[in-house]
Structures are given as structure tokens and as C-alpha cells.
Design a protein around this ligand. Structure first.
Ligand SMILES: *Cc1c(COP(=O)(O)O)cnc(C)c1O
Length: 370
């Protein structure tokens, strides 16, 4: 990367595809024309070559180490984004089974997920935060999960609303817990053994678009019917070690590099959690100390450490905020069209300098316009 390109980089608060660590981009740049030993770019070699299978195996083992994935879980790399998981989960766990799936509908993404599940079988929302415009979450201890439910589904971090579960919903041991962790994957340690399936598309916190990680307890692989379209059956991806068809090789390569960055440069998930706590506190503090100028969307005890959502007193000020922020190289702060307002996505790779710059800007903007 020439110095000029680095200088042109903004503090990127995009919700996804999102910021990637500069050191990773630099490494990728250095290897782009020729991956060491390959005589070609990683994009130009067979997914079945020794070099690429080693890259994929390394990405998987780094993820396993970071998250402490137990041996009775498979780690799959698939395509189709998280949106395809909205369908693959019920296609494998609900279709033809006669049981009912339980869903926590806590925002835009879980709402889309239950709509897809209803195409495969019976799916019931045992919580729906719609009346309060998805600003809060149910208490994880008081859920009425059916003991014979096909699974309990939730989204750990609603990227659009900016609400995040602090801990997993409590669920009967007979019921697999399924989690869409797309926007807080690798942001904190997790106890994988609590989950039946946990999945995340990479382009929020773990890489570029194109690859989705599915961590699945192996007994659940048996649940997909043989009549499923081949790509939709988790078992096929497991048996083929994520090479049932051509995987998104470049995205897998980058995911591996980002996992390595987390492990070696950041110091693991506990360390990144501390950092994420610190970064998000800076912005919530700026909201709370603004005398009501900024109004946070999420209830205080449900605030996301990844996506900080808030509104300003008027549409006009909101537009001015976004335009003025851009002059300070604070980019992509516009909230999702369905919620409006401002959204600052502060994933792992957002440097603390960027968050500090935004917090300072927020204070200055409020005093100048409040
Ligand atoms: C972005 C996102 C999705 C959708 O991901 P795609 O890869 O675009 O299908 C689903 N769930 C959550 C929580 C997300 O943040």
C-alpha cells in the first residue's frame, strides 16, 4: 500500500462489509501477486491444492483455538451469507420433523430468520420486541421454551437496532440453541458447548464478504434429510471438509489472517472483549453526558458493544452530523434506513483512536448545535 493510500483511509464505521485491520490488508497486499511457494495468487490456485488446503485447515484450527471449539463440533465454511443460514437452519433442523421451532424476535435479522423458518415448518416467536421497536431484549432466565422444541433460535447482536445479549438464553438441555452471531462473532469469548449451531457471516467482524462460518454440534448433522438440495445439507459440507463445491478461497484465506491477528496481535478474545468494552463505553458516555441531545436507541442494559445506535433532535441535525463527521474522516455513520439516526459500528478492527475521535466529535457537535 503506498503511503498515499494509507493516508486516504478514513475511520470506517460501516456496519458491513466493515473495517479490516490495516496490518492484515498490508500482508494480503504483499502476498497478492504471489502467495509464498504457490507461484501464483491465492485466488489463482486450486482449492484442492496442498497450499490452499493448508490455508483452510489453518484458518479452521486458529478459529478452534480462539474460541475453544470442542471436538464434537464441526467448523464449516459455506457461502450464501447469513441470509442462507436463515433457511439452512430450518431446512436441516425443522423440515419434516413435526416439532416446533422457538424464536426470539429481537430485531430486523431475527425477524427475517423466522420468516424463512415458517417456509420449512412451524416456527413460533416466544418473544417479540416489536411493540417497543426492538429497543430491548427478554431476560435470558425467564423464557418459555418448549422442552420438545426443534431448537431455540436467537441473534446475539442485532446489528441494525444495536441490541446485544450479554449471555446466552437459558434453554432446556433437550433443545439445541441456534445463534446468529454475525455481528459479534469473535468479539468476546464464548462457551461453544452451550450451542447446537452458531453461525456468522464474515463481513462484519471476521473478514470480507463471501464466507460464513457455521459451528455445529456433530449430532445435529444427522438431522438433515437426504432429499435436501445438496448445498443446503450441513452433512455434505462436513463430510467434504467444506470443499463440497469450490469454497470462497480468498475469503477463507483472509478470515484465517484475521483470526491470526486476533490471536497474535490482539492477544485473544478476552483481550478483545476488554477493548470492545472500553471502546463502546466511550460512545455511550458521550450519549449519556449529552443532556438528551443524543438519544440512544437501545435500552441501557441491552446496549451493543459492536453497533452503537442513536438519534439526534431532528432529521436536519442528523444530516449535518453525518456531513460534519465526514469532514473529520469519520465515515459511514448513517443508521440503517429502517431505524434511521446514527449507527457507529465499532468492530474489533476499529482502532480506539477512531472511537476517541468520534466521541470528541460528538461532544463538540452537541455543544455547537444543542
Ligand atoms: C449482516 C447480518 C446478516 C445478513 O448477512 P448476509 O451475509 O448479508 O446474508 C444476518 N444477521 C446479522 C446479525 C447480520 O448482522
Amino acid at each position: 500500500m503506498n503511503a498515499n493510500a494509507v493516508e486516504q483511509r478514513v475511520f470506517n464505521f460501516s456496519a458491513g462489509p466493515a473495517v479490516i485491520p490495516l496490518s492484515v490488508l498490508e500482508e494480503v497486499r504483499d502476498e497478492l501477486l504471489c502467495y509464498p511457494g504457490a507461484g501464483a495468487s491465492v485466488m489463482e490456485i486450486s482449492h484442492r491444492s496442498k497450499i490452499f488446503t493448508a490455508i483452510a485447515a489453518d484458518a479452521e484450527s486458529t478459529l478452534r483455538e480462539l474460541l475453544g471449539v470442542p471436538d464434537d463440533y464441526s467448523v464449516l465454511f459455506v457461502q450464501g451469507g447469513s441470509a442462507l443460514q436463515f433457511s439452512m437452519v430450518p431446512a436441516n433442523l425443522l423440515r419434516g420433523g413435526g416439532a416446533v421451532a422457538n424464536y426470539l424476535v429481537t430485531g430486523a435479522w431475527s425477524k427475517k430468520a423466522i420468516a424463512e423458518a415458517k417456509k420449512e415448518g412451524e416456527a413460533v416467536a416466544i418473544f417479540d420486541g416489536k411493540e417497543r421497536n426492538y429497543c430491548d431484549l427478554p431476560s435470558v432466565n425467564s423464557l418459555q421454551v418448549s422442552a420438545d422444541a426443534a431448537y431455540l433460535y436467537y441473534c446475539s447482536n442485532e446489528t441494525i437496532q444495536g441490541v446485544q445479549f450479554e449471555s446466552e438464553p437459558v434453554c432446556p438441555s433437550t433443545v439445541p440453541l441456534v445463534c446468529d452471531a454475525s455481528s459479534d462473532f469473535l468479539s468476546r469469548p464464548l462457551e461453544i458447548s452451550k450451542y447446537g449451531i452458531l453461525y456468522a457471516c464474515a463481513q462484519k467482524n471476521a473478514g470480507p464478504a463471501g464466507v460464513t462460518v457455521v459451528i455445529i454440534r456433530k449430532d445435529l448433522l444427522a438431522r438433515g434429510e437426504a432429499s435436501l438440495p445438496g448445498y443446503l445439507n450441513y452433512r455434505n459440507h462436513d463430510e467434504a471438509e467444506s470443499m463440497w463445491n469450490t469454497p470462497p478461497t480468498f475469503a477463507v484465506y483472509m478470515l484465517g489472517k484475521i483470526a491470526k491477528w486476533l490471536q497474535n496481535d490482539v492477544g485473544g478474545l478476552r483481550a478483545v472483549e476488554v477493548m470492545n468494552e472500553k471502546k463502546s463505553s466511550l460512545l455511550y458516555q458521550a450519549i449519556d453526558e449529552s443532556n438528551g441531545f443524543y438519544r440512544g436507541h437501545a435500552a441501557v442494559d441491552c446496549r451493543s458493544k459492536m453497533n452503537v445506535t442513536f438519534n439526534l433532535p431532528s432529521e436536519e441535525l442528523q444530516s449535518k452530523f453525518i456531513a460534519d463527521a465526514a469532514k473529520h474522516r469519520l465515515d459511514s455513520l448513517k443508521g440503517h434506513r429502517s431505524v434511521g439516526g446514527i449507527r457507529a459500528s465499532i468492530y474489533n478492527a476499529m482502532p480506539i483512536d477512531g472511537v476517541e475521535a468520534l466521541a470528541t466529535f460528538m461532544k463538540e457537535f452537541a455543544s455547537a448545535n444543542g
